[in-house]
Design a binder for this molecule. Structure first.
Ligand code: NCD
Length: 308
């Protein structure tokens, strides 16, 4: 039962709960009217201490489409955080006003601290370079939709595997799926952190290979998951500038890929996918955005204990 639970990382959801969310999202897509007033009178608080376009607006749209309301801040500077208030005090305060809280924070673990002090469930909308579980639901929903399965897949994760929290969360969730082969495509400086490699990939016996050139593995992939180099997590600008254009997917490289490979990206994109690729029927990053809203509707509903 998801009712009343905080979701801080993908493993806070069982495989069965995830499947139930995907099926609920499918049902919402088929019959949105049935869900349009299910959250009437409920309030979501969105506390975003870091920039966001998709995640915040996706949760907002999800709540509005369920009939609920949303309040919060999208810039910590406009809240009492700028006066020095602690996360614990902010969360206790917002918990008096809202039935569920969605929180993004630059510090790893901040949403966990928040959940420990919160009167209401907290959804982690991204904490530093750590985890981003609702993006993972979005990603799995997209793979399920366009590949028809969540097992027996060769998945290329490309770009900033060191700081990319969407990659870390997705690897965690995929570690529970059968027969997944990971191709970890990154510059040497941006490989997956050792804690992900050792305690998730290797511990679960996942097949993987670290790759430096996208072209070497493109023909084998069922899914290519592109990511941006996470500028805000670099300690020095020179390293960012040197690494930012390490991998650029363009029309030419796409000639190497299977006809039914799907391209995903959590967005925002910077340079890593040339805009010409957007016209390729294999490009699904904007479908990902659309599906993300429906799976967030399902998530919010279940956390609030609402059934259609
Ligand atoms: C991602 C994030 O914030 O981690 N964006 C998102 O939520 N869709 C990816 C990124 O910022 O690169």
């Amino acid at each position: 039962m998801l009712k009343g639970k905080s979701v801080l990382e993908p493993m806070d959801l069982t495989v069965e709960e995830m499947e139930d969310l995907f099926e609920t999202a499918d049902d919402i897509i088929a019959d949105p009217e049935k869900y349009a007033h299910i959250a009437d009178g409920k309030i979501m608080g969105t506390l975003f201490y870091e920039p966001s376009t998709r995640t915040r607006l996706s949760f907002t749209s999800a709540m509005l489409r369920l009939g609920g309301s949303v309040m919060g801040f999208s810039d910590a500077a406009s809240s009492s955080v700028s006066k020095g208030e602690s996360i614990a005090d902010t969360i206790r305060t917002v918990g008096c006003f809202a039935d569920v809280i969605v929180m993004r924070h630059p510090k790893e673990g901040a949403p966990r601290v928040a959940a420990e002090h919160s009167y209401v469930p907290v959804i982690n909308a991204g904490d530093g370079g750590h985890q981003h579980p609702s993006q993972t639901l979005t990603d799995l929903m997209t793979i399920r939709e366009y590949k028809g399965r969540l097992n027996n897949l060769t998945i290329g994760l490309c770009g900033d595997l060191m700081f990319g929290r969407t990659v870390h969360s997705l690897i965690k969730a995929l570690s529970r799926c059968e027969n997944i082969t990971l191709k970890l495509i990154s510059p040497e400086e941006l490989v997956v952190p050792p804690y992900i490699r050792k305690s998730i990939i290797e511990k679960n016996g996942m097949q993987y290979e670290e790759v430096r050139h996208m072209e070497d593995v493109l023909p084998e992939l069922d899914v290519l998951y592109m990511t941006r180099v996470q500028k805000e997590r670099f300690f020095n600008e020179d390293d960012y500038v040197r690494l930012k254009d390490s991998f650029i997917l363009d029309g030419n490289k796409m000639k190497l890929a299977k006809d039914d490979m799907i391209i995903m990206h959590p967005l925002p994109r910077v340079n890593e996918i040339a805009t010409e690729v957007d016209e390729d029927p294999r490009a699904h990053y904007f479908d990902q955005v659309r599906l993300g809203m429906y799976v967030r509707m399902a998530l919010v509903m279940k956390i609030l204990g609402l059934e259609a």
